[in-house]
Design a protein around this ligand. Structure first.
Ligand SMILES: [Zn+2]
Length: 73
């Protein structure tokens, strides 16, 4: 079940291990939804911009499979 609570629980596995401070007012590696809130297709990290896909309602948080803002994995 995907809901707003998920955004409070999950964090970008790349950014949580980095020393850099997150954007003002955000947690380290905080996510926003990609796509419609009712049926998001991914999670975008507000810190590094990586997009993690949501497949069959399950977020794939593997760093190697995330897509960087530039487009390459
Ligand atoms: Zn990140």
């Amino acid at each position: 079940m995907l809901d707003a609570k998920l955004l409070e629980i999950l964090a970008c596995p790349h950014c949580v291990t980095r020393p850099e401070a997150p954007p003002a007012g955000k947690r380290k590696g905080e996510f926003e939804w990609v796509g419609e809130a009712a049926a998001p297709t991914g999670l975008r990290c507000l810190q590094c911009g990586r997009v993690y896909k949501i497949e069959d309602g399950i977020p794939n948080l593997l760093i190697e499979e995330a897509v960087l803002p530039g487009g390459q994995a």
